[in-house]
Design a protein around this ligand. Sequence first.
Ligand code: PLP
Length: 391
Amino acid sequence: MTVTPPQTRDAPVFTKALEIVRPTFPPMEGVLAELARCMAAGQVTNNGRWVQEFERQLTAYLGVPTIVFNNGQMALMTMIRAAGITGGEVIVPSLTFAATAHAAKWSGAEVVFCDIKDDRTYVIDPDDVERKITERTVAILPVDPYGIACDYEALAKIAKKHKLKLLYDSAPSFGTKVGGKPVGGFGDAQIFSFHATKAFNTMEGGCLCTHDAALMEQAKVIRNFGQTGGGDCSVPGLNGKMMELCALLGIEQLKTFDAAAATRGRSAARIIEGLSPISGLSVGRAPAGQQPIWLYLPVEVQPDRFGCDRDALADLLARQNLNVRKYYSPACHEMTAYHRPSGNPSLPVSERITRNVIALPIYNDMTPDECNGIVEAFRRVAKQAGQDAGS
Ligand SMILES: Cc1ncc(COP(=O)(O)O)c(C=O)c1O
């Protein structure tokens, strides 16, 4: 159902567009002074002093041995290979950024898509994971969508029962807390992205965390072309090394990250509360005992109750200068890259969500006025769509 958007003569809620991402960076003075030192020392990459220091700080912050990479995708591909996966089937949620499925595919495994829970958390459904296990399954690769941590406990039980590797693509969720502690040490290994779109960013970057010493050693080898010393390579590796400049940005950013995470949490709570009286919106929710970093705030639109569909809503919000993202859409199993001539799997929850979901911006430095503006933009659109949405 598509509603023809009514014209409005009101000025938009935001005079300057509110974009889906507003990256924040640490004060440059400290970074530039260290960068000058780093360049003078002639060590700008190859696991130098600042990368080692950043790894030490991340290990302390997350409470699990951690190494850094030049991006999240490289950390993800390395994690899968370092866990020994070169074939078989890997179970992956379909409602994720395509990078998750791609990484599994590049390892040589077959990607088996799985549905998500229908409870506004958007996380992989452990029951469907179990249904998808066959004798060829070698690993489960869950995602923390929008920064919401999936059900680590239920997934650990399934992985243990079926003797499967449990590898987390936690690219969006650096800073998410479960039981008051930052996630990082779950499963056989966990990776994060530090891309500029993420809450914690080094422009490009990522990290891999694991308590498994053998997996960690193998990941270090793969990260450095597979080299083991003396020119020999034990495996066909990659170049996954982080630049010293990115490590410097990370070290500086870590100093203020807890405050940024608190701002994100407050902003999400304010928007969630503001949107709650509006009919036809299912706003994302944190599972019990969890403080997501809220990379974005996902909202599912029920067209019949809201008054217009997701695409019309996104267009009408853009007229209020609020630029949302249709994220994650399309679902991976519907992408050309994963098309099966024999027919795509049926994943009813993912298919409904991917057609109806939008992601709202949450920033490290979001102001209460911006949160109120987002709610006001929705109220106006709800009115345009025929609702009595209050003011
Ligand atoms: C779920 C997921 N996995 C992997 C990646 C890849 O991370 P990067 O962009 O740092 O390579 C992303 C990036 O957004 C992601 O969202």
